[in-house]
Design a protein around this ligand. Structure first.
Ligand SMILES: *Cc1c(COP(=O)(O)O)cnc(C)c1O
Length: 381
């Protein structure tokens, strides 16, 4: 029996350990230190476009701080993509604000610009202008970010771009995470690069990034004693995690190439199956890191595939369950046309780690082919 084939495992390069050892040798075992500065600089030069970056303890913390700095308060409304991981939406509740969910569209599987505009107009007609918009680049695939930014500017609403899954993806060669008023990255263990846990906040506005650091450091006033005029948080990244991050930055481009190679391998090997439709970039300006290789099934229950793969020790997963269908968020308004529900019922995420071996990928394809052949026959009869 093979070792379990995981969906998306951490993948260390050759340098992470020596960065961590240097941090130990210099005793920078703290939420401050040279590796944090170094990692932030690495991210700034990778992302380009004149952005500033502050690292934090998680992607969720980064979204929380972004909304806080954009002025989201108790009772405000925040528009949020429905098809996403719950971490995108939870920070809206932390601030006592109300999410308003918007559906996906069929080209990118991310936020629909038309439904976004419909939601904005409807909220305005009800006398409540949304305070912010959170758009997500799901599975690394670029959302229609240019249209969404245009709409947001037209109505003068600020945008948080959740690029937690999309480091290494771009639109017109511009890195995702640099389009919004704030961009967010995650370095959780399953992401394209990891610091075990961590996140980053991106913005062209240096004052906002300084403000984010201030709130992430218990909102400590600039005094020689501990004075606090505002409520803060303990959201800083550990220097040890940042040391891992510096090592991971040296292999980021490789990781993107490896994840993309997984995707094209699966797509080629499974092209004969009409029931299996891989999700790709929607136009030639979009470049996806293919963090996960995802497909939509036609006429086959994704749970059958998931269970049959599990029997041979292969992990696969459903798409994120849309937020407007979650018990936690049921009572909030939703503007939709059924797209995210359609995707949730038919989508499947395949093992996509950059450390998968060719043998593992062949084993997956061989099993998947067997399952699909059997199920396609069943779905016809
Ligand atoms: C992983 C993820 C986050 C949050 O990241 P954490 O670092 O785990 O807090 C936010 N949004 C999306 C879409 C994610 O996939």
């Amino acid at each position: 029996m093979f070792d379990k084939i995981w969906l998306s495992s951490p993948h260390m390069g050759d340098e992470e350990f020596s960065f961590v050892k240097n941090a130990f040798d210099a005793n920078w075992i703290a939420p401050t230190g040279p590796d944090i500065i170094g990692f932030e600089k690495d991210l700034e030069s990778y992302l380009e476009n004149g952005v500033h970056v502050t690292t934090v303890s998680s992607g969720t913390a980064a979204i929380h701080l972004a909304l806080l700095i954009l002025g989201v308060k108790d009772g405000d409304e925040v528009i949020c993509q429905s098809l996403t991981f719950v971490a995108t939406a939870n920070p809206i509740l932390y601030l006592g604000a109300k999410p308003v969910f918007v559906d996906s569209e069929k080209d990118t599987f991310n936020m629909s610009p038309e439904l976004l505009e419909r939601a904005i107009l409807d909220r305005i007609s009800k006398g409540i202008k949304p305070k912010a918009i959170i758009v997500v680049h799901l599975y690394g695939n670029p959302a229609k970010i240019v249209e969404i930014m245009e709409i947001a500017r037209r109505y003068d609403i600020l945008v948080v771009e959740d690029a937690a899954e999309a480091l290494g993806s771009s639109y017109k060669n511009q890195a995702l995470g640099t389009f919004g008023d704030f961009g967010v990255l995650s370095f959780n263990g399953n992401k394209i690069i990891t610091t075990s846990g961590g996140g980053a906040l991106i913005s062209k506005n240096k004052e906002w990034i300084d403000k984010a650091y201030f709130y992430a450091t218990q909102a400590r006033d600039n005094e020689h004693y501990y004075q606090h005029s505002e409520m803060g948080y303990n959201y800083r990244m550990s220097n040890i995690c940042a040391a891992i991050g510096r090592g991971q930055m040296t292999v980021l481009n490789k990781r993107v190439a490896q994840r993309r190679a997984n995707f094209y391998f699966y797509k080629e090997k499974l092209k004969e199956f009409k029931s299996f439709h891989f999700i790709e970039e929607s136009d030639r300006n979009s470049f996806s890191n293919h963090w996960l290789s995802v497909a939509v099934l036609n006429g086959i229950d994704p749970n059958i595939i998931r269970l049959k793969l599990q029997e041979v020790n292969i992990e696969s997963r459903f798409f994120w369950k849309p937020m407007h269908l979650q018990p936690l968020f049921e009572k909030y308004d939703f503007y939709g046309d059924g797209t995210s529900e359609y995707l949730f019922e038919r989508g499947i995420c395949l093992p996509s780690g950059s450390s998968l071996t060719q043998t593992q990928k062949n084993f997956l394809v061989q099993n998947l082919k067997g399952i699909l052949k059997e199920e396609e026959v069943n779905s016809i009869t």
